[in-house]
Design a protein around this ligand. Structure first.
Ligand code: NAG
Ligand code: NAG
Ligand code: ZN
Length: 193
């Protein structure tokens, strides 16, 4: 019974996020229990400034709640581009110092739908369409938290760990990175969380 309730709650949460119906209207009374929403934001840029964009990350503050990653990136060529979350938010050498894909479980690279994947593996985006990803491993708190890490967008498609290339199981053979941005905290319903 309890687990049914939890399933319903997760479905509700996913649905609500997907509908874009979340608001952090401070004039409303604070939401109960696990209803608070955590928010992150990443401003992406390429070295030459030709690719740029803003991605938002929203997640209900509840165990196993999915994270919604959405926004627009301008300047990408048509077609598939790998997208991932790298380990560090260190841009000392631009997108070259963010490290490998965020991988707290020490797995090999995979598709977002794989059980065996890096937490940071987000698959591909279409260069000409808004980004709209809902992911069940990426989190904004706890062990899988991506806060302070970096979103990277690649020049080439991510093969999702399925090709014979030696890089397939590392980054989906998608390198080079063309744009990146550090994920920072954004306004949350509960201001200091
Ligand atoms: C992305 O761009 C479209 C078209 O300009 C706009 O309608 C939409 O609100 C943008 N999405 C986000 C999350 O900024
Ligand atoms: C940031 O990256 C640079 C270049 O890879 C490296 O030399 C430096 O140690 C890193 N800084 C931190 C604080 O990790
Ligand atoms: Zn990976």
């Amino acid at each position: 019974m309890w687990s049914l309730f939890k399933v319903a709650l997760v479905l509700w949460a996913t649905h609500t996020i997907a509908d874009g119906r979340i608001h952090s209207d401070s004039s409303q009374s604070p939401p109960m229990g696990g209803d608070q929403i955590l928010r992150g934001v990443a401003y992406l840029n390429s070295e030459d400034g030709s690719v740029y964009g803003r991605l938002r990350l929203d997640q209900f503050f509840a165990k196993r709640a999915p994270t919604h990653i959405y926004g627009n990136i301008t300047g990408l060529s048509a077609g598939q581009h790998g997208i991932a979350i790298a380990t560090w938010g260190n841009l000392t050498k631009g997108c070259g110092s963010v490290g490998p894909h965020f991988n707290p479980d020490l797995m090999t690279h995979g598709a977002p739908s794989d059980e065996h994947r890096h937490v940071g593996d987000l698959g591909n985006i279409n260069g000409q369409e808004p980004v709209d990803i809902t992911d069940h491993k990426v989190s904004l708190f706890g062990r899988n938290s991506v806060m302070g890490r970096a979103v990277v967008v690649y020049a080439r498609p991510d093969d999702l760990g399925k090709s014979e290339s030696g890089y397939s199981r590392i980054d989906g053979d998608a390198a080079p990175v063309i744009a990146c941005g550090v994920i920072g905290r954004s306004l949350t319903d509960e201001f200091y969380r």
